[in-house]
Design a protein around this ligand. Structure first.
Ligand code: HEC
Ligand code: HEC
Length: 358
Protein backbone atom coordinates (compact mmCIF):
# COMPACT_ATOMS: atom_id res chain seq x y z
CA UNK A 1 0.00 0.00 0.00
CA UNK A 2 1.26 3.45 -0.87
CA UNK A 3 1.94 5.87 1.95
CA UNK A 4 0.74 8.73 -0.17
CA UNK A 5 -2.79 9.13 1.27
CA UNK A 6 -1.31 9.51 4.73
CA UNK A 7 1.11 12.18 3.59
CA UNK A 8 -1.79 14.02 1.98
CA UNK A 9 -3.85 13.86 5.16
CA UNK A 10 -1.03 15.37 7.15
CA UNK A 11 -0.56 18.12 4.61
CA UNK A 12 -4.29 18.88 4.79
CA UNK A 13 -4.11 19.11 8.55
CA UNK A 14 -1.22 21.51 8.34
CA UNK A 15 -3.10 23.53 5.78
CA UNK A 16 -6.02 23.84 8.17
CA UNK A 17 -3.69 24.85 10.97
CA UNK A 18 -2.78 28.06 9.18
CA UNK A 19 -2.38 29.71 5.80
CA UNK A 20 1.30 30.20 6.49
CA UNK A 21 1.89 26.45 6.66
CA UNK A 22 0.00 25.98 3.38
CA UNK A 23 2.21 28.53 1.68
CA UNK A 24 5.33 26.91 2.98
CA UNK A 25 4.22 23.57 1.66
CA UNK A 26 3.14 25.04 -1.65
CA UNK A 27 -0.32 23.42 -1.34
CA UNK A 28 -3.63 25.03 -2.17
CA UNK A 29 -4.54 28.75 -2.21
CA UNK A 30 -6.88 30.93 -0.20
CA UNK A 31 -10.53 30.42 -1.20
CA UNK A 32 -12.03 33.11 -3.44
CA UNK A 33 -14.98 35.13 -2.08
CA UNK A 34 -17.19 33.52 -4.78
CA UNK A 35 -16.19 30.06 -3.60
CA UNK A 36 -17.03 30.88 -0.02
CA UNK A 37 -20.34 32.40 -1.11
CA UNK A 38 -21.30 29.17 -2.88
CA UNK A 39 -20.97 27.28 0.39
CA UNK A 40 -22.37 29.99 2.58
CA UNK A 41 -26.06 29.24 2.14
CA UNK A 42 -27.26 29.11 5.72
CA UNK A 43 -30.23 31.26 6.70
CA UNK A 44 -30.29 32.50 10.28
CA UNK A 45 -33.32 33.07 12.52
CA UNK A 46 -32.78 36.83 12.26
CA UNK A 47 -33.09 36.62 8.47
CA UNK A 48 -29.38 36.87 7.79
CA UNK A 49 -28.53 35.11 4.54
CA UNK A 50 -31.99 35.42 2.94
CA UNK A 51 -31.74 36.15 -0.78
CA UNK A 52 -33.88 38.73 -2.60
CA UNK A 53 -37.08 37.20 -3.87
CA UNK A 54 -40.68 36.24 -3.13
CA UNK A 55 -43.27 33.58 -3.83
CA UNK A 56 -46.99 33.09 -3.19
CA UNK A 57 -49.07 30.20 -1.89
CA UNK A 58 -50.67 29.39 -5.27
CA UNK A 59 -47.29 29.10 -7.01
CA UNK A 60 -46.04 27.09 -4.06
CA UNK A 61 -48.95 24.69 -4.38
CA UNK A 62 -48.14 24.02 -8.04
CA UNK A 63 -44.48 23.45 -7.29
CA UNK A 64 -45.31 21.28 -4.31
CA UNK A 65 -47.65 19.06 -6.33
CA UNK A 66 -45.01 18.68 -8.98
CA UNK A 67 -41.87 18.26 -6.86
CA UNK A 68 -42.80 17.30 -3.32
CA UNK A 69 -46.22 15.63 -3.10
CA UNK A 70 -44.95 12.18 -4.19
CA UNK A 71 -43.19 11.93 -0.87
CA UNK A 72 -44.89 14.42 1.43
CA UNK A 73 -48.49 13.99 0.19
CA UNK A 74 -50.70 16.64 -1.45
CA UNK A 75 -51.43 18.27 1.89
CA UNK A 76 -48.08 17.64 3.57
CA UNK A 77 -49.70 14.67 5.31
CA UNK A 78 -46.76 12.45 4.28
CA UNK A 79 -47.03 9.57 1.81
CA UNK A 80 -46.11 6.17 3.24
CA UNK A 81 -43.27 6.67 5.67
CA UNK A 82 -42.04 9.99 4.27
CA UNK A 83 -42.10 12.90 6.71
CA UNK A 84 -45.31 14.74 7.55
CA UNK A 85 -45.00 18.50 7.01
CA UNK A 86 -48.34 19.75 8.30
CA UNK A 87 -50.67 19.31 11.25
CA UNK A 88 -49.75 17.78 14.59
CA UNK A 89 -50.66 20.89 16.56
CA UNK A 90 -51.16 20.06 20.25
CA UNK A 91 -49.53 16.63 19.94
CA UNK A 92 -46.12 17.50 21.38
CA UNK A 93 -47.05 16.20 24.81
CA UNK A 94 -48.87 13.17 23.42
CA UNK A 95 -47.47 9.67 23.33
CA UNK A 96 -46.78 9.93 19.62
CA UNK A 97 -45.92 13.58 18.98
CA UNK A 98 -46.35 14.64 15.37
CA UNK A 99 -43.53 17.09 14.84
CA UNK A 100 -44.09 19.30 11.83
CA UNK A 101 -43.18 22.76 10.63
CA UNK A 102 -46.48 23.94 12.15
CA UNK A 103 -46.39 22.05 15.43
CA UNK A 104 -42.72 22.01 16.23
CA UNK A 105 -40.36 24.22 14.26
CA UNK A 106 -39.58 27.48 16.07
CA UNK A 107 -37.94 29.39 13.19
CA UNK A 108 -39.18 29.95 9.69
CA UNK A 109 -35.58 30.44 8.63
CA UNK A 110 -34.99 26.72 9.21
CA UNK A 111 -37.77 25.84 6.76
CA UNK A 112 -36.27 28.06 4.07
CA UNK A 113 -32.77 26.80 4.77
CA UNK A 114 -33.83 23.13 4.84
CA UNK A 115 -35.99 23.20 1.73
CA UNK A 116 -33.38 25.11 -0.24
CA UNK A 117 -30.46 23.09 1.07
CA UNK A 118 -31.86 19.58 0.95
CA UNK A 119 -35.11 19.29 -1.04
CA UNK A 120 -36.43 17.82 -3.22
CA UNK A 121 -34.72 14.77 -1.80
CA UNK A 122 -32.27 13.57 -4.46
CA UNK A 123 -32.20 16.93 -6.24
CA UNK A 124 -30.92 19.16 -3.49
CA UNK A 125 -30.23 22.84 -4.17
CA UNK A 126 -32.07 22.83 -7.47
CA UNK A 127 -34.69 25.38 -6.29
CA UNK A 128 -34.38 29.09 -7.07
CA UNK A 129 -34.97 31.66 -4.31
CA UNK A 130 -38.45 32.53 -5.69
CA UNK A 131 -39.40 28.85 -5.83
CA UNK A 132 -38.18 28.32 -2.29
CA UNK A 133 -40.15 31.34 -1.01
CA UNK A 134 -43.26 29.98 -2.76
CA UNK A 135 -42.82 26.47 -1.32
CA UNK A 136 -42.25 27.82 2.18
CA UNK A 137 -45.39 29.97 1.78
CA UNK A 138 -47.34 26.87 0.76
CA UNK A 139 -46.03 24.85 3.73
CA UNK A 140 -47.13 27.72 6.00
CA UNK A 141 -50.54 27.63 4.35
CA UNK A 142 -50.81 23.85 4.87
CA UNK A 143 -50.18 24.52 8.56
CA UNK A 144 -52.91 27.19 8.77
CA UNK A 145 -50.30 29.85 9.57
CA UNK A 146 -51.09 32.06 6.56
CA UNK A 147 -54.09 32.33 4.20
CA UNK A 148 -54.21 31.36 0.53
CA UNK A 149 -53.53 34.92 -0.67
CA UNK A 150 -50.22 35.13 1.16
CA UNK A 151 -46.94 36.03 -0.53
CA UNK A 152 -43.70 35.41 1.34
CA UNK A 153 -40.68 37.58 0.59
CA UNK A 154 -37.40 38.62 2.07
CA UNK A 155 -39.17 41.76 3.32
CA UNK A 156 -41.98 40.14 5.35
CA UNK A 157 -40.12 36.98 6.30
CA UNK A 158 -39.56 37.91 9.94
CA UNK A 159 -43.21 38.93 10.43
CA UNK A 160 -44.43 35.32 10.22
CA UNK A 161 -45.09 33.94 13.71
CA UNK A 162 -44.32 30.27 14.13
CA UNK A 163 -46.82 28.60 16.50
CA UNK A 164 -44.14 26.85 18.56
CA UNK A 165 -41.67 29.75 18.70
CA UNK A 166 -42.15 30.02 22.47
CA UNK A 167 -41.59 26.28 22.91
CA UNK A 168 -37.83 26.72 22.65
CA UNK A 169 -35.67 28.79 24.97
CA UNK A 170 -31.98 29.00 25.80
CA UNK A 171 -30.79 26.36 28.23
CA UNK A 172 -30.00 28.38 31.36
CA UNK A 173 -29.72 25.44 33.76
CA UNK A 174 -26.07 26.12 34.44
CA UNK A 175 -27.00 29.44 36.05
CA UNK A 176 -30.51 28.69 37.26
CA UNK A 177 -30.68 25.14 38.56
CA UNK A 178 -29.07 25.70 41.94
CA UNK A 179 -31.42 28.36 43.16
CA UNK A 180 -31.36 26.69 46.57
CA UNK A 181 -31.54 23.32 48.23
CA UNK A 182 -34.74 21.43 47.52
CA UNK A 183 -36.18 18.62 49.54
CA UNK A 184 -36.30 15.53 47.41
CA UNK A 185 -38.67 12.78 48.47
CA UNK A 186 -37.10 9.33 48.31
CA UNK A 187 -39.59 6.98 50.02
CA UNK A 188 -43.38 6.62 50.21
CA UNK A 189 -43.82 9.86 48.39
CA UNK A 190 -47.35 9.20 47.31
CA UNK A 191 -49.86 8.06 49.87
CA UNK A 192 -52.97 7.74 47.74
CA UNK A 193 -52.76 6.34 44.23
CA UNK A 194 -55.44 7.37 41.80
CA UNK A 195 -56.04 6.38 38.20
CA UNK A 196 -55.85 9.63 36.28
CA UNK A 197 -55.73 8.27 32.74
CA UNK A 198 -56.73 5.04 31.14
CA UNK A 199 -54.60 3.17 28.63
CA UNK A 200 -57.58 2.70 26.33
CA UNK A 201 -55.85 1.21 23.31
CA UNK A 202 -53.94 -1.42 25.25
CA UNK A 203 -56.87 -2.01 27.56
CA UNK A 204 -54.56 -2.62 30.51
CA UNK A 205 -56.52 -0.67 33.10
CA UNK A 206 -58.54 -3.09 35.27
CA UNK A 207 -62.26 -2.55 34.84
CA UNK A 208 -63.64 -3.43 38.27
CA UNK A 209 -62.70 -0.12 39.93
CA UNK A 210 -61.10 -1.90 42.89
CA UNK A 211 -57.57 -1.28 44.14
CA UNK A 212 -55.14 -0.08 41.46
CA UNK A 213 -52.15 -2.16 40.43
CA UNK A 214 -49.62 0.07 42.11
CA UNK A 215 -48.90 2.29 39.14
CA UNK A 216 -49.66 5.95 39.21
CA UNK A 217 -50.21 7.29 35.75
CA UNK A 218 -49.76 10.85 36.87
CA UNK A 219 -46.25 10.81 35.48
CA UNK A 220 -44.64 13.01 38.08
CA UNK A 221 -41.71 10.68 38.49
CA UNK A 222 -42.68 9.68 42.03
CA UNK A 223 -42.15 6.05 42.86
CA UNK A 224 -45.34 4.01 43.01
CA UNK A 225 -46.88 3.56 46.43
CA UNK A 226 -46.53 0.15 48.03
CA UNK A 227 -49.31 -2.04 46.75
CA UNK A 228 -48.73 -5.54 47.96
CA UNK A 229 -52.34 -6.58 48.02
CA UNK A 230 -53.43 -5.34 44.58
CA UNK A 231 -50.44 -7.02 42.94
CA UNK A 232 -51.64 -10.36 44.23
CA UNK A 233 -55.00 -9.56 42.83
CA UNK A 234 -53.68 -9.01 39.29
CA UNK A 235 -51.98 -12.36 39.40
CA UNK A 236 -55.24 -14.03 40.15
CA UNK A 237 -57.03 -12.06 37.47
CA UNK A 238 -55.07 -11.78 34.21
CA UNK A 239 -54.87 -8.27 32.85
CA UNK A 240 -55.56 -9.33 29.28
CA UNK A 241 -59.21 -10.01 30.04
CA UNK A 242 -60.20 -9.50 26.43
CA UNK A 243 -58.17 -12.46 25.22
CA UNK A 244 -59.45 -14.74 27.95
CA UNK A 245 -63.13 -14.29 27.22
CA UNK A 246 -63.83 -12.75 23.84
CA UNK A 247 -66.65 -10.24 23.91
CA UNK A 248 -68.00 -8.05 21.13
CA UNK A 249 -65.64 -5.35 22.40
CA UNK A 250 -62.50 -7.49 21.98
CA UNK A 251 -59.85 -6.22 19.60
CA UNK A 252 -56.25 -6.88 18.80
CA UNK A 253 -54.26 -4.27 20.73
CA UNK A 254 -51.01 -4.71 18.78
CA UNK A 255 -52.80 -4.38 15.47
CA UNK A 256 -54.71 -1.35 16.74
CA UNK A 257 -51.44 0.29 17.81
CA UNK A 258 -50.11 -0.23 14.30
CA UNK A 259 -53.31 1.28 12.99
CA UNK A 260 -52.90 4.29 15.25
CA UNK A 261 -49.56 5.03 13.61
CA UNK A 262 -51.03 4.62 10.15
CA UNK A 263 -53.93 6.84 11.12
CA UNK A 264 -51.54 9.80 10.93
CA UNK A 265 -52.35 9.75 7.24
CA UNK A 266 -55.98 10.32 8.04
CA UNK A 267 -55.61 12.82 10.88
CA UNK A 268 -55.39 15.84 8.65
CA UNK A 269 -59.05 15.24 7.81
CA UNK A 270 -60.57 12.97 10.46
CA UNK A 271 -61.02 13.04 14.21
CA UNK A 272 -61.96 9.91 16.11
CA UNK A 273 -63.13 11.18 19.49
CA UNK A 274 -66.85 10.96 20.21
CA UNK A 275 -68.47 14.37 19.84
CA UNK A 276 -65.40 15.95 18.17
CA UNK A 277 -65.87 18.55 15.45
CA UNK A 278 -65.94 17.36 11.86
CA UNK A 279 -62.91 18.36 9.81
CA UNK A 280 -62.50 18.03 6.07
CA UNK A 281 -63.86 14.54 6.62
CA UNK A 282 -66.45 13.32 9.12
CA UNK A 283 -65.63 12.22 12.68
CA UNK A 284 -64.97 8.47 12.53
CA UNK A 285 -66.03 7.53 16.06
CA UNK A 286 -68.03 4.30 15.90
CA UNK A 287 -67.79 4.10 12.11
CA UNK A 288 -67.00 0.37 11.95
CA UNK A 289 -70.33 -1.39 11.47
CA UNK A 290 -72.24 1.91 11.23
CA UNK A 291 -74.40 2.92 8.27
CA UNK A 292 -72.47 4.70 5.52
CA UNK A 293 -72.62 8.48 5.41
CA UNK A 294 -74.57 9.03 8.62
CA UNK A 295 -72.28 11.17 10.80
CA UNK A 296 -74.57 13.86 12.19
CA UNK A 297 -73.99 17.36 10.95
CA UNK A 298 -71.52 16.40 8.23
CA UNK A 299 -72.17 17.35 4.62
CA UNK A 300 -71.27 14.38 2.45
CA UNK A 301 -70.69 14.31 -1.30
CA UNK A 302 -73.52 13.25 -3.60
CA UNK A 303 -71.80 9.90 -4.03
CA UNK A 304 -72.00 9.30 -0.30
CA UNK A 305 -75.55 10.61 -0.02
CA UNK A 306 -76.54 7.94 -2.53
CA UNK A 307 -74.72 5.20 -0.63
CA UNK A 308 -76.44 6.37 2.54
CA UNK A 309 -79.85 6.11 0.83
CA UNK A 310 -79.12 2.55 -0.20
CA UNK A 311 -78.76 1.70 3.50
CA UNK A 312 -75.32 0.14 3.11
CA UNK A 313 -73.12 -0.22 6.20
CA UNK A 314 -69.41 -0.05 6.90
CA UNK A 315 -68.78 -3.75 7.38
CA UNK A 316 -65.20 -5.03 7.08
CA UNK A 317 -65.52 -5.72 3.35
CA UNK A 318 -66.88 -2.26 2.57
CA UNK A 319 -64.20 -0.55 4.65
CA UNK A 320 -61.46 -2.57 2.98
CA UNK A 321 -62.77 -1.74 -0.48
CA UNK A 322 -63.17 1.97 0.34
CA UNK A 323 -59.82 2.38 2.05
CA UNK A 324 -57.99 0.55 -0.72
CA UNK A 325 -59.27 2.88 -3.44
CA UNK A 326 -61.72 5.48 -2.19
CA UNK A 327 -62.51 6.78 -5.68
CA UNK A 328 -63.29 3.31 -7.04
CA UNK A 329 -65.56 2.40 -4.15
CA UNK A 330 -67.50 5.66 -4.31
CA UNK A 331 -67.07 7.43 -7.62
CA UNK A 332 -67.20 11.16 -6.95
CA UNK A 333 -66.33 10.92 -3.26
CA UNK A 334 -64.68 14.02 -1.89
CA UNK A 335 -62.21 12.02 0.18
CA UNK A 336 -58.95 12.92 -1.61
CA UNK A 337 -56.86 10.08 -0.41
CA UNK A 338 -54.98 7.66 -2.63
CA UNK A 339 -55.75 4.62 -0.48
CA UNK A 340 -53.97 2.12 1.71
CA UNK A 341 -52.33 -0.45 -0.54
CA UNK A 342 -51.93 -3.49 1.65
CA UNK A 343 -54.68 -5.46 3.34
CA UNK A 344 -52.60 -5.47 6.52
CA UNK A 345 -52.48 -1.68 6.68
CA UNK A 346 -56.22 -1.51 6.13
CA UNK A 347 -56.91 -4.16 8.76
CA UNK A 348 -54.73 -2.24 11.23
CA UNK A 349 -56.52 1.06 10.64
CA UNK A 350 -59.91 -0.64 10.93
CA UNK A 351 -58.82 -2.27 14.19
CA UNK A 352 -57.68 1.12 15.45
CA UNK A 353 -61.02 2.71 14.53
CA UNK A 354 -62.77 -0.09 16.38
CA UNK A 355 -60.54 0.34 19.44
CA UNK A 356 -61.18 4.08 19.78
CA UNK A 357 -64.91 3.60 19.48
CA UNK A 358 -65.21 1.46 22.61
C1 HEC B 1 -38.13 11.53 -2.78
C2 HEC B 1 -38.85 11.93 -1.63
C3 HEC B 1 -38.90 13.41 -1.27
C4 HEC B 1 -39.25 14.47 -2.08
C5 HEC B 1 -39.64 14.44 -3.55
C6 HEC B 1 -39.21 15.63 -1.23
N1 HEC B 1 -38.86 15.29 0.03
FE1 HEC B 1 -38.78 16.54 1.66
N2 HEC B 1 -38.10 15.01 2.79
C7 HEC B 1 -37.84 13.74 2.34
C8 HEC B 1 -37.11 13.02 3.39
C9 HEC B 1 -36.62 11.59 3.31
C10 HEC B 1 -36.97 13.91 4.47
C11 HEC B 1 -36.28 13.64 5.80
C12 HEC B 1 -34.82 13.78 5.60
C13 HEC B 1 -34.08 13.58 6.89
O1 HEC B 1 -34.70 13.52 7.96
O2 HEC B 1 -32.86 13.51 6.80
C14 HEC B 1 -37.62 15.13 4.06
C15 HEC B 1 -37.73 16.24 4.89
C16 HEC B 1 -38.35 17.42 4.53
C17 HEC B 1 -38.62 18.50 5.42
C18 HEC B 1 -38.30 18.50 6.89
C19 HEC B 1 -39.34 17.70 7.60
C20 HEC B 1 -39.10 17.55 9.09
O3 HEC B 1 -40.01 17.84 9.88
O4 HEC B 1 -38.00 17.14 9.46
C21 HEC B 1 -39.20 19.49 4.69
C22 HEC B 1 -39.69 20.86 5.19
C23 HEC B 1 -39.31 19.02 3.33
N3 HEC B 1 -38.80 17.75 3.27
C24 HEC B 1 -39.82 19.75 2.28
C25 HEC B 1 -39.84 19.28 0.97
C26 HEC B 1 -40.22 20.10 -0.17
C27 HEC B 1 -40.69 21.55 -0.10
C28 HEC B 1 -40.11 19.30 -1.27
C29 HEC B 1 -40.35 19.69 -2.73
C30 HEC B 1 -39.52 20.77 -3.23
C31 HEC B 1 -39.67 18.00 -0.84
N4 HEC B 1 -39.50 18.04 0.52
C32 HEC B 1 -39.50 16.92 -1.68
C33 HEC B 1 -38.20 13.21 1.13
C34 HEC B 1 -38.64 13.94 0.04
C1 HEC C 1 -57.72 14.71 2.53
C2 HEC C 1 -58.75 14.41 3.51
C3 HEC C 1 -58.97 12.96 3.90
C4 HEC C 1 -58.03 12.02 4.25
C5 HEC C 1 -56.52 12.17 4.26
C6 HEC C 1 -58.78 10.85 4.63
N1 HEC C 1 -60.13 11.07 4.50
FE1 HEC C 1 -61.62 9.76 4.95
N2 HEC C 1 -63.01 11.08 4.28
C7 HEC C 1 -62.72 12.34 3.82
C8 HEC C 1 -63.94 12.96 3.33
C9 HEC C 1 -64.04 14.37 2.72
C10 HEC C 1 -64.96 12.01 3.53
C11 HEC C 1 -66.42 12.14 3.14
C12 HEC C 1 -66.57 11.45 1.79
C13 HEC C 1 -67.69 11.98 0.91
O1 HEC C 1 -68.61 12.64 1.42
O2 HEC C 1 -67.60 11.71 -0.29
C14 HEC C 1 -64.33 10.84 4.14
C15 HEC C 1 -65.03 9.68 4.52
C16 HEC C 1 -64.45 8.62 5.19
C17 HEC C 1 -65.16 7.48 5.72
C18 HEC C 1 -66.65 7.28 5.67
C19 HEC C 1 -67.25 7.92 6.89
C20 HEC C 1 -68.74 7.89 6.95
O3 HEC C 1 -69.27 8.63 7.81
O4 HEC C 1 -69.40 7.18 6.20
C21 HEC C 1 -64.24 6.66 6.29
C22 HEC C 1 -64.50 5.33 6.98
C23 HEC C 1 -62.96 7.28 6.11
N3 HEC C 1 -63.12 8.47 5.44
C24 HEC C 1 -61.77 6.75 6.57
C25 HEC C 1 -60.52 7.30 6.33
C26 HEC C 1 -59.30 6.70 6.75
C27 HEC C 1 -59.18 5.42 7.56
C28 HEC C 1 -58.30 7.49 6.28
C29 HEC C 1 -56.80 7.27 6.40
C30 HEC C 1 -56.29 6.01 5.99
C31 HEC C 1 -58.91 8.62 5.62
N4 HEC C 1 -60.24 8.47 5.66
C32 HEC C 1 -58.21 9.68 5.05
C33 HEC C 1 -61.49 12.97 3.80
C34 HEC C 1 -60.27 12.34 4.06
Amino acid sequence: MSRFPEALAIAALLACAGGAAAETLGLGRPALPEEIAAWDIDIRPDGMGLPEGSGDVATGEELFTEKCAVCHGDFGEGAGRWPVLAGGVDTLKAEHPVKTVGSYWPYLSTVYDYVHRAMPFGEAQSLSPDETYALVAYILYLNDIVDDEFTLSKENFLEVEMPNAAGFFPDDRAEEAFAGPREICMTDCKTDVRITARAAVLDVTPEDGSAPVGVSLEGDGAPPAPAAEPVEKTEAEPVVVAAAEPSPAAFDAALAAEGETLFRKCKACHKVEAGAKHGTGPVLHGVVGAPIGQAEGYKYSKAFAELAQSGATWDEAALHAFLEKPKDFAKGTKMSFAGLKTAEERAAVIEYLRSVSQ
